[in-house]
Design a binder for this molecule. Structure first.
Ligand code: ADP
Ligand code: MG
Length: 243
């Protein structure tokens, strides 16, 4: 489980995270929702230390971080290893085919043998009915296919937690559906996922928990039904604007 305690991120002229305390349980999907500019990406990037909060604490299972103290490089590496990240814009290695995109991290970072990495990559592709894409290069894939490969590439590293920042916002609706199906399957397999999303239908159906961030503050955290059935003004207003 990930625990974020009293985390603040001050950019030169914007307080992006304002005393954020949140929990992300293991084996569950948490949707982070909220208006544009509310601090969702900053929060997600803080978890794997792509962003360094100004103050506050965080624990990831047995690893503890105090943002006001120095964090050693070995600690940073230990934390990053626990996370797989999928960004809004697909970011595949353009010079490698799909199979080699999936093998690259395990072989180069984890020292897995090529044979083992290739088997694992093929297994992942088969599991998500994407075997026919194995030999293609990124430019030969649709946006939805690229994003599904990006998800599998993150999974190939066997992360404890999968972080996704608006993984479908650059996609057309039908391509978005393909990607959401993969995420739904992962959620059903109890993958620990934290997904920033604007898709309320997806959040409602797939996430077991919702964290609603408004202007850098946590305005709701708890179970999904509680969020969508909330009578609270701020939540109603947000949900009203999203549909
Ligand atoms: P969201 O993902 O919810 O749209 P962000 O976390 O990207 O919001 O941004 C939260 C606020 O912090 C915004 O006002 C944004 O302009 C500001 N911000 C984000 N990143 C930076 C940065 N690197 N430097 C300065 N301000 C930033
Ligand atoms: Mg964002």
């Amino acid at each position: 489980m990930i625990k974020v305690e009293n985390v603040t991120k001050q950019f030169p002229d914007k307080l992006a995270l304002d005393d954020v305390s949140l929990e992300f349980p293991k084996n569950q999907t948490t949707a982070i929702v909220g208006p544009s500019g509310s601090g969702k990406s900053t929060l997600l990037r803080s978890l794997n230390l792509l962003e360094r909060p100004t103050s506050g604490k965080m624990s990831i299972d047995d690893l503890n971080v105090d943002f006001q103290k120095e964090i050693s490089n070995s600690q940073v590496l230990k934390i990053r290893k626990r996370f797989g990240m999928v960004f809004q814009e697909k970011a595949l290695f353009t010079h490698l085919n799909v199979l080699h995109n999936l093998m690259e991290g395990p072989v180069k970072v984890k020292g897995v043998s090529k044979e083992a990495a290739s088997k694992q990559a093929n297994d992942l592709l088969a599991q998500f009915n994407m075997t026919e894409l194995a030999d293609r290069y990124p430019y030969q894939l649709s946006g939805g296919q690229q994003q599904r490969v990006a998800i599998l590439r993150a999974l190939a590293m066997e992360p404890e937690y999968l972080l996704l920042d608006e993984p479908t916002s650059a996609l057309d609706p039908e391509l978005e559906a393909q990607v959401l199906r993969v995420l739904r399957d992962l959620a059903e397999q109890n993958t620990s996922m934290i997904v920033v999303t604007h898709n309320m239908d997806f959040a409602r159906k797939v996430a077991s928990r919702v964290a609603f961030i408004d202007n850098g503050k946590v305005a709701y955290q708890g179970d999904t039904n509680g969020f969508f059935e909330s009578k609270e003004d701020r939540i109603q207003k947000f949900l009203g604007a999203m549909t």
